[in-house]
Design a protein around this ligand. Structure first.
Ligand code: ZN
Length: 239
């Protein structure tokens, strides 16, 4: 009988390729903490904070003012639609309401797609069903894509959830931010794009940081050799 389904894994198990990211980060957090006594952690948790985009008034001054929210929504749509118009497939930059505002459509992310200016004007104040009445295939594709989530983010999210939980054990506050928030913070302060300036601009605390006198500490992860218990000769026999 098949014996491959009788293996159990601990809850929250991560594949080794992802686990090593968690462990490397944790061991460096421990090393740096020993010398500098870090008082808080800021971690970029997701590319786009879809929960905040759905309910923009939950917290945060920038979200209430709408500047960061607008940036985040546009960045999310550009990513989701690959910068292409949902209706015609040409390059698009407009944030487009499926059900228009004048007909009771909301600003929720589920009502928004990306479109080009021509399609945006052609659609006018019609709903998407009316606009695409003669192009049912396009309508179907848009509805399918609205339902689809960002699957590729799932593995990364699993890693980050692990990391947040482990960092909390240090006892210092752990704040989290979205990638779009990082980009917004960096742009507001006029810093050049680099991995380390991005790292400095993560989260709410990243809205006001002085990076210029700083130098990044660059860390290179090296393998530790292979995991084979016994080497083989060139014919595959144990050496
Ligand atoms: Zn178009």
């Amino acid at each position: 009988p098949a014996r491959f389904l009788n293996r159990t894994r601990q809850a929250g198990w991560l594949p080794p390729s992802l686990m090593h990211r968690v462990l490397t980060t944790l061991s460096w957090a421990r090393k740096i903490d020993r010398f500098t006594m870090m008082d808080s952690f800021s971690l970029e948790l997701v590319n786009f904070d879809t929960q905040k985009m759905e309910t923009p008034d939950i917290r945060g001054v920038e979200y209430q003012k709408g500047t960061l929210l607008g940036t985040e929504i546009r960045a999310y749509l550009l990513n989701k639609w690959d910068g292409l118009c949902a209706y015609c497939g040409k390059e698009g930059r407009e944030v487009e309401h499926l059900t228009p505002r004048s007909r009771g459509g909301t600003n929720r992310i589920s009502n928004l797609v990306l479109s080009c200016q021509a399609c945006n004007e052609a659609k006018g104040s019609r709903s998407v069903d009316e606009f695409l009445a003669k192009r049912p295939a396009v309508l179907k594709r848009i509805q399918a894509q609205q339902r689809a989530s960002l699957h590729d983010a799932a593995a990364v999210n699993a890693t980050k959830t692990w990391l947040v939980r482990e960092l909390r054990r240090f006892g210092s506050p752990v704040e989290t931010g979205s990638g779009a928030q990082t980009a917004f913070n960096r742009a507001q302060q006029g810093y050049d794009k680099a991995h380390w300036t991005d790292a400095a601009c993560v989260g709410d605390s990243g809205a006001a940081v002085a990076v210029h006198p700083l130098q990044p500490l660059l860390i290179k992860s090296m393998g530790r050799g292979n995991r084979q218990m016994c080497g083989t000769d060139r014919y595959g026999f144990p050496a």
